[in-house]
Design a binder for this molecule. Structure first.
Ligand code: 26W
Length: 902
């Protein structure tokens, strides 16, 4: 805990503090004086709720229900959900077809069948959800809230069936009605409310929090359009189309039209001249936040948590004054501008454009979430000083950092707290996770923009900065450079607010997402803060993935083999993933290896079938499957991969047919989206597609090397690709990939890893043993020096790396279509080569050769694959979420008492 709070009287004194660096603190103009008694705060109308007469039982001291003898059954009768026997499921399904969907039994398609199944499953989820929430209300445990601008959930039906333990009876019931569960599951659209790693991590954490029976809610935005659909033009360019994921209705959300908050933007903030430090924020635009709840079932029990997503709406229909004056455009414009806030997910990760609408999204979401959290807390009847004892708020990257000044605003302006007490409450409540150290990804907002959109928050940010820099000045007197480095306000035109610094000083703990990354956070971007606040505030929680979706659901055959081999029900090892270690001795058994390899083979055939039916290409399933699937970014180095593919192609071309026959056939898969404005990343896609076009049609080599770019990467596509991979590539420049989580998914499914010594690759290698990982490339400490060399002592690429120079020449000379198209991409390598392709290329090619060599020995390869899966226990998101619960939030599991069996 920091002690940067100061008594208010100090504020006045410090305005004249002789050493105070005014350069870093530009006071805001004091505005007009307001009568404090005029502050009103009716944010949400009170609702009058009553209990259904005779419905609820009394409770004992422990909060458990005391059912009157023999009556539990009757009382619960209306809330049982669907019984788990096939006839009941069939009945419920048909019932939904005829009532909820208003369709005839003889007139049903797969989409209708999906909807009926989903509505039926939802009935069961709802009962559990209600009981879970009632249990939390009764027991009043400390709760944690996970604030994330992205939740990349993928499909829900299969996961809900698994977590409820209802997969089998539903499959049977649906089969009995003449449909197939597989076809029905395929009908569901992905909920693509995220860009990549950060959003999918949030989804895995929700699954694990519910599975660990932790009182955790997620808060996010209900975007009308999720991540764009990716199309590839005939030239190989990425095109973006909207993702209208809500068009077919969404059975998984519950609109809570009665849970609304009014959110203000713009207007003016007038400080009250009453010595309290309060201000009154008035005028501007008011927008309504409406809650939509998504049920998050835990695996194997009844706990069903909540993900609350906010939708923006105009406060009152449209502007009647303009309407009546005949100005229809103005009338609808204001309502459109309210709806625009949650219209679309911003499709960029790792770059921020400082757009006003994005800032409005961030404030809209944090303000609505905080208002909701505070209302729930107040229902406990405790004073706000106890808030941190009952509430922990996790900030998923800096996107929700405005929650810090917003809570200060509520505590000071609405709850009458003095600055110090308010700051104490705030800094005990928030926790901040950093997900990247790339400089361009660290959020900064222009001061004039914040001043315009959120005038009161800018005042508060300046006050936080003032007190903070004063405390730094006391610890490091006269160190002006340090003050400049640590100021929340970066000097420049315009000045900018550094959100990572605000998140850091406003939080109780800060963490990175893998050991190396957390070290980099401590020694680079937040170094000064570690020196100032002490190392103990800065921790690590290595990311994890949910084994339910990323093994049992996406690879059911492997899951079944594991259960059979371990002689354990899957609900045992899926909840304690370290049990996979029991597979180790079986790596030595030939019969087991054969079963293991056969499953991989069937997964490869499943992928080949997907490629055949969606793209029309035939895939050689006897080849080694090599996969790189992730957002397109220079630091992830898809370019290194495609240049490596070209190198292999050129080598094959130079071989005699006899030599070629000895080559290990390889199929390379790429998938991933580029941010729409990221020119170089889009050019990489274009190169991949055009290289594929040439080499897939080369009769001399196509038996040994083919290449596919699968369009429109999504969670569902990942579920097909990952189980089919022999090797996957995680080849970021050392020190740039915070963690990576797909690396964990591949290894859990027995795919081996080809990667750099970066992010979670390092910890994966520690677990599975370096013998089972193919590492290459320079290490993190060398990267900075090498970049310096590139700038000041450049060596021509022909000298430094002739193999790469040759590949680049071939591209440039038009082997894959007009070469000039790729010049801007190739120049990034020829010129500064910021991501070290010229330095890592040779060792990358050597690593690929080692993969070939290892794959030639099928028995050894199978052993490596089994040993890899066996040692992945650490990477369950159950472990990760428990670390947050125990070491950060101080949260206890709060199981739902056993009710009628579901
Ligand atoms: C402001 C634009 C913006 C948007 C998103 C900047 C940064 C982000 C994210 C923090 C980027 C992201 O998704 N980071 C990824 O987080 C994963 C989960 O921790 C890690 O596994 C990845 O390594 C990291 O790149």
């Amino acid at each position: 805990m920091t002690s940067i709070v100061k008594p208010r009287s100090y504020i006045i004194k410090t305005r004249f503090f002789p050493f105070f660096p005014f350069r870093f603190f530009t006071p805001l103009p004091m505005t007009s004086v307001i009568d404090p008694s005029t502050i009103g705060k009716p944010r949400r109308p009170r609702r009058h709720v009553r209990t259904l007469t005779g419905y609820l039982p009394d409770t004992d001291e422990a909060g458990e229900a005391k059912w009157p003898r023999g009556e539990e059954k009757i009382w619960r009768a209306g809330t049982r959900g669907v019984d788990s026997d096939v006839p009941s499921i069939t009945k419920s399904f048909v019932n939904h077809v005829q009532t909820s969907l208003a369709r005839q039994a003889y007139n049903l398609d797969n989409l209708g069948a999906y909807q009926a199944a989903a509505l039926s499953v939802r009935d069961s989820l709802l009962v559990n959800w209600n009981d879970t929430q009632m249990n939390y209300t009764r027991k009043a445990p400390k709760r944690a809230y996970y604030l994330s601008l992205e939740f990349l959930m993928g499909r829900t039906l299969d996961n809900a069936l698994l977590n409820l333990g209802l997969k089998e009876p539903y499959a049977k019931g649906i089969k009995g009605l003449g449909f197939s569960i597989e076809d029905i599951l395929e009908q569901e659209r992905d909920a693509g409310l995220g860009n990549g790693g950060l959003g999918r991590l949030a989804a895995c954490y929700l699954d694990s929090a519910a599975t660990q029976e932790l009182p955790v809610w997620g808060y996010g935005l209900r975007y009308k359009y999720g991540i764009f659909q990716q199309l590839i033009s005939p030239e190989g360019n990425q095109l973006e189309a909207p993702d209208p994921w809500l068009d077919n209705q969404n059975p998984w959300e519950l609109p809570r039209l009665d849970v609304t908050y009014e959110i203000r933007f713009y207007g003016q903030a007038d400080r009250l001249n009453d010595g309290t430090g309060r201000a009154l924020w008035t005028g501007g635009q008011e927008v309504l936040a409406v809650a939509y709840d998504v049920m998050i079932p835990g695996y194997g029990h009844r706990t069903t948590n909540n993900l609350r997503l906010w939708e923006s709406k105009p406060k009152r229909g449209f502007d009647l004054n303009s309407f009546n004056a005949g100005n229809y455009e103005a009338a609808v414009e204001s309502s459109n501008s309210a709806a625009a806030i949650t219209a679309v997910l911003y499709p960029n990760d790792h770059t921020s454009f400082g757009k006003e609408l994005r800032l409005k999204q961030q404030y809209f979401w944090t303000a609505a979430s905080l208002a909701d959290i505070i209302r729930r807390f107040k229902n406990l009847g405790k004073p706000m000083t106890k808030f941190p004892e009952y509430v922990a708020i996790q900030l998923n990257d800096t996107h929700p950092t405005l929650a810090i000044p917003e809570l200060m605003r509520i505590l000071i302006d609405e709850e009458d707290f003095d600055w110090d007490t308010a700051w104490q409450i705030v800094t005990q409540t928030f926790f901040y996770t950093n997900h990247t150290v790339l400089p361009e990804a660290l959020e900064k907002w222009p001061v004039p923009l914040i001043e315009h959109v959120l005038p009161r928050h800018l005042q508060i940010i300046y006050d936080i900065n003032l007190f903070f820099l004063q405390s730094v000045e006391r610890k490091f007197p006269g160190d002006r450079d340090r003050l400049a480095r640590m100021s929340l306000i970066e000097e420049g035109t315009p000045k900018q607010v550094r959100m990572a610094f605000l998140a850091c000083i406003g939080s109780r703990k800060v963490n990175g997402v893998a050991e190396l990354h957390s070290d980099l956070v401590r020694t680079t971007i937040l170094k000064d803060f570690v020196e100032f606040e002490g190392i103990s505030k800065f921790g690590n929680v290595t990311n994890g993935i949910t084994p339910r979706r990323w093994l049992d659901q996406c690879n059911p055959e492997l899951s079944a083999l594991i259960s059979k081999t371990l002689k354990l029900e899957k609900d045992v090892w899926l909840k304690d993933l370290t049990k996979l270690e029991g597979l180790l001795p079986f790596a030595e058994e030939k019969k087991f290896r054969r079963e293991w390899t056969a499953i991989k083979q069937r997964n490869k055939e499943r992928l080949a079938h997907y490629v055949q039916t969606t793209l029309g290409y035939t895939v050689n399933t006897n080849a080694l499957f090599d996969v790189q699937i992730k957002r397109l970014h220079e630091y992830k180095r898809q370019t290194l991969n495609i240049l490596g593919v070209i190198h292999r192609y050129l080598s094959l071309k130079n071989m005699t047919p006899a030599q070629r026959k000895k080559a290990i056939p390889r199929v390379v898969f790429f998938a991933g989206k580029a941010a729409p404005a990221y020119y170089i990343a889009k050019l990489t896609i274009r190169l991949i597609v055009n290289v594929a076009r040439v080499i897939n049609n080369d009769p001399e080599t196509k038996e040994y090397l083919t290449l596919f770019f699968l369009p429109d990467y999504s969670v569902s596509l990942a579920e097909i690709l990952i189980p089919a991979s022999d090797i996957s590539q995680h080849i970021s420049t050392a020190g740039t990939e915070a963690s990576g989580t797909s690396n964990m998914k591949f290894c859990l499914n027995g795919g081996l890893l080809l990667g750099t010594v970066d992010g979670a690759n390092i910890e994966i290698a520690e677990e599975v043993g370096e013998a089972n990982v193919f590492f290459f490339g320079h290490l993190t400490p060398a990267v900075e020096d090498i970049r310096y060399q590139h700038l000041y002592h450049p060596v021509p690429i022909e000298t430094k790396c002739p193999a790469l120079a040759n590949v680049i020449d071939q591209v440039s000379q038009g082997l894959f279509g007009p070469g000039d198209v790729y010049e801007p991409l190739l120049n990034t390598i020829r010129q500064t080569d910021y991501y070290l392709l010229t330095d890592d290329f040779d060792s990358y090619i050597a690593a690929l050769a080692m993969v070939d060599e290892a794959y030639a020995d099928k028995e050894e390869w199978a052993k490596k694959s089994i040993r890899t899966t066996a040692k992945m226990g650490k990477f369950s998101s159950d472990r990760a979420i428990m670390e947050y619960a125990e070491s950060y939030w101080n949260l206890e599991p709060t199981p739902v008492p056993p009710g009628p069996a579901l």
